[in-house]
Design a protein around this ligand. Structure first.
Ligand SMILES: [Zn+2]
Ligand SMILES: [Zn+2]
Ligand SMILES: [Zn+2]
Length: 338
């Protein structure tokens, strides 16, 4: 008889309408691949070389103020620029290009160089949430900005160039690929069934409890049934809401709380400052109400079985379908246990 805990199978992601291959039996295989450096060097509270620390000069010539809480500035090496003129190129429907105006910003979470979300105080994380709300509203209110992507790359394994606690915001004219996929799926679901895809999913998870990692009054952290990364999680708001700007004061506090809990669990799992890419998915700021959208965050951490062994998306996964070894249920159990 088929064993979902052992036998190879594939799972469907209703948000992207794509599949993931699950091969639980492969967790037994010996590892002879790349091993990453394991230990975090202790960091000072202030680093005179850091371009994000208070009072320090940045590469572009500007100097940071002596900020004492959160600090937001326009990215000195922005991938998008607001003054980019509109243009479009098309040849035979095969060569298509569009200009992409936008604004890129950096949000320093704290003046302290040595902190992370996991070891910041919840009341200070609340200020970070407030900064996200403010930036989403400010950037999203501009006519040429149709989507505001907030994301954090944590740790050198994820390509973070500076350990100072910070995130980036890239806001632009087009709807990014991943967001467009999720939007189309949520819209189609609502059109066909009349209710919300993620509200329905959250109900199933809260009943099963099998993949839930943590929760508070307003948010649930879950290893999705269709997770690709070994310890991937989603943080989903319990209330059906489309974007950060409609969070109540209590929900902002709860978001700060669940972020600290989720990242602290990650750190405890392999006793290391856990690397990840994290980001929000929410309503585009294109002037439409987007009732189909249910705001959530994704955490995509690369670590597989220890602080030093990471997962790569290569070969079959790059060319065919993403694949995982450990089941989402086993990953959730591990995260719940630390
Ligand atoms: Zn710093
Ligand atoms: Zn919903
Ligand atoms: Zn998403």
């Amino acid at each position: 008889m088929f064993d979902w805990k052992q036998d190879p199978h594939r799972r469907y992601n209703p948000l992207t309408r794509e599949w993931v291959l699950v091969s639980p039996h492969r967790t037994q295989r010996p590892w002879q691949g790349q091993v990453e450096a394991g230990h975090d060097a202790a960091r000072p509270q202030y680093d005179p070389q850091c371009y994000l620390c208070p009072g320090n000069p940045r590469a572009g010539g500007a100097r940071n103020p002596d900020y004492t809480s959160t600090f937001v500035f326009d990215n000195d090496y922005a991938s998008l620029r607001p003054d980019t003129p509109f243009d479009r190129f098309e040849q035979a429907g095969l060569l298509v290009a569009e200009s992409e105006p936008g604004i890129c910003r950096v949000v320093c979470f704290s003046p302290r160089h040595d902190l992370t979300i996991a070891n910041m105080e919840t009341q200070d994380l609340r200020k970070v949430v407030d900064a996200w709300v403010e930036q989403y509203s400010d950037l999203g209110s501009r006519p040429f900005i149709n989507y505001v992507q907030i994301f954090e790359n944590r740790g050198p394994m994820m390509g973070a160039s500076n350990p100072h606690p910070h995130c980036q915001i890239w806001s632009g004219h087009s709807i990014p690929n991943e967001v467009a996929k999720e939007q189309a799926s949520q819209l189609a679901w609502r059109g066909q069934r009349g209710d919300c895809l993620l509200c329905g999913y959250l109900d199933l998870e809260r009943e099963a409890r099998e993949r839930i990692v943590d929760e508070n009054e307003c948010f649930t952290a879950v290893v999705p049934f269709w997770a690709i990364w070994p310890f991937e999680t989603m943080v989903i708001s319990r209330r059906h809401l489309a974007s950060l700007d409609v969070l109540t004061a209590a929900e902002r506090d709860a978001l700060a709380d669940i972020l600290k809990r989720a990242t602290a669990r990650y750190d405890r799992l392999f006793q290391v400052s856990f690397p990840y890419s994290m980001g929000f998915h929410q309503r585009p700021t294109d002037g439409l109400s987007h009732e189909e959208w249910h705001m959530h965050l994704h955490f995509h951490p690369p670590l597989l079985r220890s602080a030093t062994v990471r997962k790569f998306l290569v070969g079959y996964e790059l060319l065919a379908t993403p694949q995982r070894d450990i089941t989402p249920e086993a990953a959730a159990e591990k995260l719940r246990g630390v």
